[in-house]
Design a protein around this ligand. Structure first.
Ligand code: HEM
Ligand code: EMZ
Length: 385
């Protein structure tokens, strides 16, 4: 099997019951697997809420290491919209010309850098650095801040062998507290300052609310982007013709980005908590129990996607849910797409081929399923054009 493949472990369950089962810290989760059912449940926010105890909709649950509510992620309508409206324009900035020019420069620089080396560990040496540097643009903070974030590693709540690392989480919380204090004393043009000036219902956001947005911005856009970038490098290593194709036909780039994101589905699933006794796929769901919307399974649903397990870079009809669906659809998608577009434009210009030297897959254990989501280690050599 090709090293860059991400198999679909959900097919059989999706085609029979449409559901999967897993246990998370003695709190069971019913995974919803079909595309239509995932969409339906994502839409049904009254029955399946996001605004439960902070941390509970995440799988693995972060209840033990987080009390701050992530905003707007852990808020339901109608309040969700008030917060979302506050932050939405800021998260559309990646469409501005200056933003994409700087991002392009950053990605050019990092590709030039790895081209001078005999071997590069992509996860830490390429993707994490690219992600952190690009995040300085989204936050509008100094470029040097990226060095601190890089030192935290690929996930802010997890470390090797520890799915929930409270000490690590505290580093993030302390860091954000310091930066908020700084922005109160010396307001600037960064995201902290924007949030501190923002108003909801005629009142300034509280410190806890500002913190909730910032934690989400750091946590939500981290391993997702890192997996998308790392998986892309593995893919192009084994499909050098695709690099050539993207160079010859740059108009393909947008479709290619959507297709890679569909195929990789960097966020496997996200939970919801049932507010009442209800049913999914004719299966009883008890009040206060958890379901998860499995984006990764939905994106391989053979009832919607032809040849779902193949990467078809110019796939035209592609209603994937890798960025979620409905109310909580990904706020960082504009930024993430801009990163992927720039990468898929820059790589083919500079890189002739990529050799995989060593790799270790990152496998998620989800009860009856095991899913490859990316790599713990991917060591490659980038070869110049
Ligand atoms: C929401 C995936 C990058 C911030 C979501 C959701 C998904 C997702 C599936 C929906 C969650 C739900 O319904 O419960 C991804 C993927 C990414 C990515 C695959 C990269 C390829 C980012 C980035 C940021 C970000 C870069 C910001 C730095 C958010 C936020 C939400 C969200 C704030 C919640 C929006 C709301 O509740 O209204 N993301 N994400 N994401 N994402 Fe992303
Ligand atoms: C949460 C989540 C957001 C969670 C949209 O997804 O991403 C996860 O990686 C974090 O652990 O806290 O931010």
């Amino acid at each position: 099997m090709k090293k860059s493949k991400l198999p679909d472990p959900f097919a059989a369950a999706r085609q029979t019951t449409g559901l999967g089962k897993m246990d998370d810290q003695n709190d069971p989760v019913t995974m919803v697997l079909g595309l239509k059912d995932v969409r339906k449940c994502a839409h049904a926010w009254k029955a399946f809420q996001s605004g439960a105890t902070p941390g509970r909709i995440v799988v693995p649950s972060e209840v033990a290491i987080r009390t701050t509510r992530q905003i707007p992620f852990e808020v339901d309508p109608p309040e969700h919209k008030d917060y979302r409206n506050l932050v939405e324009p800021w998260f559309k900035r990646p469409l501005e010309e200056e933003y994409s020019a700087i991002l392009s420069q950053q990605i050019n620089d990092i590709v030039d850098e790895v081209l001078t080396k005999d071997s590069v560990e992509v996860v830490e040496g390429f993707s994490l650095r690219l992600q952190s540097r690009a995040l300085t643009l989204l936050l509008n903070t100094p470029f040097e801040e990226a060095e601190t974030w890089i030192s935290w590693g690929t996930h802010v709540f997890r470390s090797h062998g520890n799915d929930l690392d409270g000490d690590k989480a505290n580093i993030l919380y302390d860091y954000i507290d310091k930066r908020i204090t700084q922005a109160i004393k010396n307001p600037s043009n960064d995201l902290y300052s924007m949030l501190l000036q923002a108003e909801k219902d005629g009142k300034k956001l509280t410190r806890e609310e500002v913190k909730g947005v910032m934690i989400l911005t750091f946590a939500g856009g981290r391993d997702t982007v890192i997996n998308a970038v790392t998986n892309s490098i593995a893919y192009f290593a084994e499909h050098p013709k695709s690099l050539e194709q993207l160079k010859e036909s740059p108009e393909m780039v947008n479709n290619a980005v959507e297709e890679l994101i569909r195929y990789f589905s960097p966020l496997t699933h996200m939970g919801r908590v049932a507010t009442q006794d209800t049913q999914v796929c004719e299966h009883a769901i008890k009040a206060d129990s958890r379901i998860s919307l499995c984006w990764a399974s939905a994106n391989r649903d053979e009832r919607t996607f032809e040849n779902p397990n193949e990467v078809i870079l110019d796939r035209k009809v592609n209603p994937h849910v890798a960025f979620g669906f409905g109310t909580h659809n990904c706020l960082g998608a504009t930024h993430a797409r801009q990163i992927m577009r720039t990468l898929l434009t820059t790589l083919p210009k500079k890189v002739k081929s990529i050799d995989i030297l060593e790799y270790k897959e990152n496998i998620e254990e989800l009860g009856e399923f095991k899913r490859k989501v990316g790599y713990d280690n991917l060591t490659v050599q980038f070869n110049k054009k």
